[in-house]
Design a protein around this ligand. Structure first.
Ligand SMILES: Nc1ncnc2c1ncn2[C@@H]1O[C@H](COP(=O)(O)OP(=O)(O)OP(=O)(O)O)[C@@H](O)[C@H]1O
Ligand SMILES: [Zn+2]
Length: 461
């Protein structure tokens, strides 16, 4: 059987992947908190681990992989969003507004991730459907001495788990020194984290042995992964930003509640999509959504291609240039593969690249070398590219900017003579207004459709 090698964050090594049960390979990915549209960064783990899902299905068989990705539909950010709507006069109770918001966001999420060609996971549990499982797990942790109840809160006693910090390679004392841990009167130790917290009458809450309340975020993933994948499963994935504290806390909860299991054996973390060297994030405000790009006419397949050109373990940024190049390549490949049935299997070179720690950039480089269109299509589909249902965009004619580039170059030559640059500037401004990136150098004029490109605005130029 083909050997897959993966970089396991837990051991910091590239290891041969050996599933617990090849008849049911099990993977969990931390999913979104559903209070708003996904930004482009949020889509990176979805696309990266969709490729892993496809590869596992290829190697072990499509019916032998269980992929779980949750929806966090109980969270303070969701409550805050609904409360803001209520204060702005939206009709309905807070509970109704919360429900409406999470439903709406899940719908957006599905539409956006579908557009990126991500297969739906086998299961998409919602946290609110697993509150009972969370309460039992918390009660079990209290009973075993790993958690304690105080003032309506239940906290995990971090010092009771000696392995805490092993995933991120930090000691508890270093973490206290370096991290912004919340000190609260109900904590025995500043490192302890919340498993359960009290809810006011107007906030969503469930009855529990500790009074009416709601779960902390970390326990959600521990409870849902246990319910659907068991006490030991193969792969746990997520963004590197979740490694600490979220994943350390998941490990502590799951290993202490279910010492009979190993929890996750391989930990995979994707690096961040960045903007000017910083993580794209809602809190920093430096984000744009997947929907923003799709609405500007950037096909989902192009976004996917751009992601896959960088290894998941490296930070990356989004540029109009990368998108333009991805679009050109996909157009070329789609033209080659038009009307051709895919070959029965992908090219060995492409499979080998993906098996080598998801070397998607290497797989794309190999695709460039495939001459047979039937093999090209079959191989690209392993990466979720050149899928039948995703190519409508490529049928539309490409924006031809060559005439305008020639016109601009011409105006510039004339302006050198007349010293009147107004016509050059006017055309340049109009192009920029249409979302075209204008590059003028001694070598000539280059026009690239940018992320805001709007062909309709070119009319009359
Ligand atoms: N810039 C990014 N690049 C890659 N992955 C990211 C980025 N930002 C968030 N993620 C991932 O997106 C997934 C969903 O995270 P979550 O719902 O917590 O996002 P969020 O709260 O909107 O994030 P943020 O506040 O950081 O914008 C997680 O797996 C997380 O690691
Ligand atoms: Zn999680």
């Amino acid at each position: 059987m083909t050997e897959i090698r993966l970089t396991n964050t837990r051991t910091r090594k590239k290891e041969a992947f050996v599933p617990i049960d090849p008849a049911n390979v099990r993977m969990y990915l931390c999913g979104p908190t559903v209070y708003d549209r996904a930004h482009l960064g949020n889509a990176r783990p979805v696309v990266v681990f969709d490729v892993l899902f496809r590869l596992l299905r290829h190697v072990y068989g499509p019916d032998h992989v269980t992929y779980v990705r949750n929806f966090t539909d109980v969270d303070d950010k969701i409550n805050a969003t609904a409360l803001a709507r209520k204060e702005a006069g939206a009709p309905g109770t807070l509970e109704e507004l919360i429900r409406a918001r999470t439903e709406e966001t899940i719908g957006w999420y599905h539409a956006d991730m579908d557009a990126l060609g991500a297969l739906r996971p086998t299961q998409e549990p919602r946290a609110t459907d697993y509150i009972g499982a969370m309460i039992s797990m918390i009660a079990d942790l209290v009973e075993k001495g790993h958690a304690y109840a105080r003032d309506g809160h239940v906290l995990f006693r971090v010092r009771s788990y000696t392995e805490y910090g092993a995933l991120s390679g930090r000691s508890v004392d270093d973490m206290i020194a370096g991290a912004r841990v919340e000190v609260a009167p109900f904590k025995e130790d500043p490192m302890d984290f919340v498993l359960w917290k009290p809810s006011d009458a107007d906030l969503p809450g469930w009855d529990s042995p500790w009074g009416r309340g709601r779960p902390g975020w970390h326990i959600e993933c521990s409870a849902m992964s246990h319910a659907l994948l068991g006490a030991s499963f193969d792969i746990h994935a997520g963004g590197i930003d979740l490694q600490f504290p979220h994943h350390e806390n998941e490990i502590a909860q799951s290993c202490c509640a279910h010492p009979e299991g190993q929890f996750a054996r391989y930990w995979l973390h994707n690096e961040m999509l960045q903007v000017e060297g910083k993580k794209m994030s809602k809190s920093l405000g430096n984000f744009f959504t997947v929907r923003d790009l799709l609405d500007r006419g950037i096909p989902g397949e192009v976004i996917r291609f751009v992601f896959l050109q960088t290894h998941y373990g490296k930070p990356m940024d989004w540029t109009a240039e990368k998108a333009a190049q991805a679009e050109a390549t996909l157009r070329k490949w789609r033209a080659l593969g038009a009307g051709i049935d895919p070959a029965p299997s992908a090219a060995p070179e492409v499979i080998a690249a993906l098996c080598d720690d998801l070397n998607t950039a290497g797989a794309i480089a190999a695709l460039h070398r495939i001459a047979d269109p039937a093999v090209l299509v079959a191989s690209a589909r392993l990466l979720g590219l050149l899928e039948a249902g995703m190519g409508d965009w490529a049928a539309a004619p490409e924006a031809d900017l060559s005439d305008l580039a020639a016109k601009l170059a011409d105006l510039r030559v004339k302006a050198m003579d007349t010293k009147d640059f107004a016509p050059v500037d006017a055309l340049k401004s109009a192009l920029v207004a249409a979302g075209v990136e204008v590059r003028m150098s001694k070598a000539g004029v280059e026009l690239l459709p940018g992320p805001n490109f709007d062909a309709a605005k070119l009319e009359g130029l």
